[in-house]
Design a protein around this ligand. Structure first.
Ligand code: SF4
Ligand code: SF4
Length: 396
């Protein structure tokens, strides 16, 4: 089998700081990493679990175990003494051959966490200014403005006021309140909603109004997404999560509500607390995903769907890795679908065993240069969807 086509990004020549790599690796949980590296028995069970491997002709170099051994394994073995060409390979492997979906961990008999190890490889590259350009751009925006798009508060408020006004043609009394104290839910969004899909904010506001919800949007910490986490910039990732936590505390919100985004949920509920320095690993305010709340509204009758308007054509559902396997939320969307659709067909592998769509782990926002590789990696998922015979695919 020929090697998979590589998309090795060439960076301008630079001095590689071995000291920085050593310090970074030394600051990680070295015992755990060494244990994982030495435990791997090369049994190969993880290979068949990885959609990148399955989508690209089962090339041995795409097996999760090889991807780790040839990157982090070498970095540890060589005590960080690597050159730029080696880090360019690490860049390719950790960003384009792995979306950090963690499916291989579920199938590894030792529970070896390949995604965590490859995210350390990303951090090593990021430490040498070798992260993908678009991710660096979003990370810089987060650092400087608290949101990925670099939107001002005035722009956000103006968009929300416009959406509330438009919504009142459909649902009476819609408002989008900012910084309301003691709300049940502090609703946080993906900045691309404010920038490109403001109707998503309008629809959420209409649903909250119909449900009689006590909700608010925060004027700071409203962006729940966290691409710095996928850039490998752990410091900015922690800062980004803390913007949300601190505003929720300030407003005394009972819960933080996350929009459709799966990685935002993973970030704020599971990884954000560690990145932001909460030793117990718990978010200071409970984190709830939007589909969990919608399922509750529908099951309790707080929101009703006209049964005559149920979709008749067959539908399937894409379990996003960060919401399902890495977030534990897979029944709530199916409860919503039962209210919406007559003919639901699950994919052969579903819930926590789903395959990544190929767009996760920061790959989608990395831009058009990376598209061919992303599409190639998504081949397995495309076949999986086609096999259901569904006319529609629902995603959160
Ligand atoms: S985390 Fe996902 S993409 Fe990465 S090696 Fe494992 S299965 Fe493949
Ligand atoms: S399944 Fe686990 S032990 Fe087996 S090759 Fe993969 S990482 Fe190594």
């Amino acid at each position: 089998m020929p090697d998979p086509p590589l998309f090795v990004e060439k960076f301008p020549p630079r001095e590689i700081s071995v000291k920085k790599i050593k310090e970074f690796l030394g600051a990680q949980d070295a015992a755990r990493i060494r244990a994982w590296l030495s435990l791997c028995s090369r049994c190969g069970l993880c290979a068949e679990s990885c959609y990148v491997y399955l989508s690209n002709g089962r090339a041995p170099k795409l097996s999760p175990a090889y991807k780790v051994k040839s990157t982090l394994g070498e970095l540890v073995k060589r005590k960080g003494r690597v050159d730029q060409a080696f880090l360019e390979k690490c860049h390719e492997v950790s960003w384009l051959q792995c979306s950090l979906c963690k499916r291989c961990t579920v199938f590894c008999p030792f529970g070896i966490d390949v995604a965590t190890m490859l995210s350390l490889v990303r951090s090593v590259c990021q430490g040498q200014d070798m992260a993908p350009d678009k991710l660096k751009f979003f990370t810089k925006n987060c650092d400087e403005t608290g949101n990925h798009a670099g939107l001002t508060l005035e722009e956000l408020v103006e968009t929300c006021e416009w959406m509330a006004e438009e919504s009142r043609d459909t649902v009476r009394g819609v408002t989008i309140p900012f910084d309301r104290e003691d709300a049940e839910y502090m609703y946080t969004i993906n900045p691309r909603e404010a920038q490109f899909y403001p109707q998503d904010i309008a629809m959420a506001a209409q649903i909250f109004t119909l449900a009689g919800e006590n909700w608010t949007m925060p004027s700071m910490g409203w962006d729940c997404t966290n691409l710095p986490m996928f850039t490998g910039d752990r410091k900015t990732a922690g800062k980004q999560a803390e913007y949300v936590y601190s505003q929720a505390r300030k407003l005394r919100a009972k819960k933080i509500l996350i929009t459709e985004c799966g990685h935002a949920f993973r970030s704020l509920k599971f990884e954000g607390p560690y990145l932001a320095g909460y030793a117990d690993g718990l978010a200071p305010v409970p984190v709830v995903h939007y589909v969990e709340l919608l399922a509750e509204y529908l099951d309790s009758g707080r929101i009703k769907i006209d049964p005559a308007k149920k979709l008749k054509k067959p539908v399937t559902y894409q379990d996003p890795c960060n919401l399902s396997r890495n977030g534990g939320v897979w029944e709530a969307p199916r409860r919503i679908i039962a209210h919406l659709c007559e003919d639901f067909r699950d994919m052969a592998e579903n819930r926590d065993r789903n395959h990544c769509c190929g767009g996760g782990g920061g790959i989608l926002p990395m831009g058009p240069d990376y598209r061919p590789r992303r599409m190639a990696n998504g081949r397995y998922k495309a076949d999986q969807i086609k096999a259901t015979g569904a006319s529609y695919l629902i995603a959160p």
